[in-house]
Design a protein around this ligand. Structure first.
Ligand code: ZN
Ligand code: FE
Length: 256
């Protein structure tokens, strides 16, 4: 059976996600931006929380852990070994290449440094689902706070190598702003134009624009398209090294 996944807004623009293995009832929160909406979603579904899968140490991804643990004392908190000290209280530390299970559904841990040094993503290969945290967003990517931009670029290339049909769940709903920025650097991309219209409609209806699909990101996300001549030309970097184009693109986005 397929994983059941629910998403909802937390804080201002964080996305809370619950993922459940229906055969066993094992249920994980991916990150814990805010306890109350997560608890409300669990109550609504009638799902007890068994796990929390942490992607990185930022407060807007971990600050709900304590309250969730109070509500579910047996919950098991899994997170990146490299950020265990910063997060505190992990029950299980994982690193690149580890496989963990939600019921019978395997998730592979992928190290994706950049936004933070120890950032990890959880890839349910058999379910074609990726929880990317703050690494890859719809038409955008996270800010490289703890590494040079090239490191984040390499992490994005790792994710881009996953199967094209992979459904990508992200830590934030930044899609509308990302679409505007993407259009500013690749205005002639017709797939991007269509997508910008589609997400503007979703936004107007107050709906989430995620998950996204890797195939769609490759067609519309400028941070995965730094080898495109149009993007390079718009940045004044025709023929430049892709990592350099990426860094310039990220720098330009930082200033918007
Ligand atoms: Zn973050
Ligand atoms: Fe975040």
């Amino acid at each position: 059976m397929r994983l059941e996944i629910r998403q909802f807004l937390c804080l201002k623009d964080n996305i809370g996600a619950l993922v459940r293995a229906p055969e066993s009832g094992a249920t994980a929160a991916v990150d814990a931006p805010e306890a109350e909406p997560i608890l409300a979603a669990l109550r609504k579904e009638g799902w007890p929380l068994t796990d929390i899968f942490v992607t990185h140490h930022h407060a807007d991804h971990v600050q709900g852990i304590g309250a969730l643990r109070s509500a579910f004392p047996n919950v098991r908190v899994t997170g990146p070994a490299r950020e265990a000290a910063a997060i505190g209280g992990l029950d299980r530390e994982v690193e690149d290449g580890d496989t963990i299970y939600l019921g019978s559904h395997a998730a592979k841990v992928i190290s994706v440094p950049g936004h933070t040094l120890g950032h990890i993503a959880y890839w349910f290969e058999g379910d074609a689902v990726l929880f990317a945290g703050d690494t890859l967003f719809a038409m955008g990517c996270g800010r490289p706070f703890e590494t040079p931009p090239e490191i984040l670029y390499r992490s994005l290339l790792k994710l881009a190598a996953l199967p094209a049909a992979t459904q990508i769940y992200c830590g934030h709903e930044y899609t509308l702003a990302n679409a505007r920025f993407a259009l500013s650097v690749e205005p002639r991309n017709t797939a991007l134009q269509r997508r910008a219209e589609a997400v503007t409609e979703l936004g107007a209806e107050g709906r989430l624009t995620l998950p996204t699909e890797l195939l769609l990101e490759k067609a519309t996300n400028p941070f995965l398209r730094v080898t495109e001549p149009d993007i390079q030309a718009n940045l004044g970097l025709a023929g430049a090294d892709p990592a350099e184009v990426f860094a310039a693109l990220r720098e330009r986005k930082n200033r918007t």
